[in-house]
Design a protein around this ligand. Structure first.
Ligand code: APR
Length: 250
């Protein structure tokens, strides 16, 4: 941890949340690990099994879609079986209490929405939607036969999950909404992201530059802890966030 970041408890964090009127959250794969979705960079994570430069770039998908569908089908199987965990529900409850302006999520698993969160910025898209790379037509999941991958649109274009591959831009409205939240919040809750991937990883510094306090909940310190985090809450999100909410209500 850098000199400035201090460890806090769920009770301390509840007190901060009570005192701050404009709170936003930035979430990553770690918040969904307790829902059964492995993260990317922890031991045993997805990138250990599927080399990202071979499977997760738009170039790789265009060049060898059948191979990349190996990862996509695995992700689809895991994501469709996953359900929100207490950390997702805690953020939905904060929003319902009027204490959360919105969530910027790097996750594509739709679990924040499934937990009841309404203001979710899908910074990397959503794996429940499917889109044609050529005509951008949307394809409902139930119209697709995953035993016949690669999948092609009636225009002949390749169909892919509506998620951002490496080498693709962040959706314009997602970037606009995320920048707005980072620019206007006075407390940014970072949950379950290593902060390794840009441009999402510039948001905490941007928020701090606009006067926000930065709180990070991760299993262990990350590059964010060493550079921008003010308060660090170590541990599993699914266990800690019910504690935060219990303290908030007490
Ligand atoms: N509770 C809290 N944090 C957790 C938990 C948990 N139960 N389990 C893991 N973590 C932490 C890990 O310690 C790590 O710091 O979550 C973080 C996950 O980091 P990554 O695997 O790098 O995932 P993420 O930061 O979301 O990756 C960002 O990279 O590959 C791209 O597009 C992909 O959106 C993804 C982006």
């Amino acid at each position: 941890m850098n000199a400035s970041s201090q460890e806090i408890t769920p009770a301390d964090l509840a007190d901060l949340i009570r005192r701050k009127p404009r709170i936003a959250a930035l979430t990553g794969a770690g918040i969904s690990v307790e829902s059964g979705i492995p993260d990317f960079r922890s031991p045993g994570g997805l990138w250990e099994r599927f080399a990202p430069m071979e499977y997760a770039t738009i170039h790789a998908f265009r060049k060898n879609p059948a191979k990349v569908w190996g990862l996509l089908k695995e992700m689809d199987r895991i994501i469709t079986a996953a359900r929100p965990n207490p950390a997702h529900y805690a953020l939905a409850e904060l929003e319902a209490k009027g204490k959360l302006l919105g969530i910027i999520t790097q996750n594509v698993d739709n679990l924040h929405q499934a937990a009841g969160s309404k203001k979710v910025v899908e910074y990397h898209g959503n794996a429940h939607r499917f889109v044609c790379l050529n005509c951008h037509g949307q394809h409902p999941r139930e119209s697709l036969d995953f035993s016949q991958v690669p999948l092609y649109c009636y225009c002949g274009g390749l169909i892919k999950p509506d998620v951002v591959f490496f080498g693709e831009p962040i959706p314009r409205e997602g970037k606009r909404d995320a920048d707005h939240l980072a620019a206007t919040c006075d407390l940014l809750l970072i949950i379950g992201t290593s902060g390794e991937v840009s441009p999402a990883n510039y948001l905490p510094g941007f928020a701090q530059g606009n006067g926000a306090l930065i709180v990070e909940n991760n299993l262990e310190p990350t590059r964010l802890t060493r550079t921008v985090t003010d308060y660090f809450l170590p541990g599993k999100a699914g266990e800690l966030w019910p504690e935060v909410m219990k303290n908030l209500d007490s």
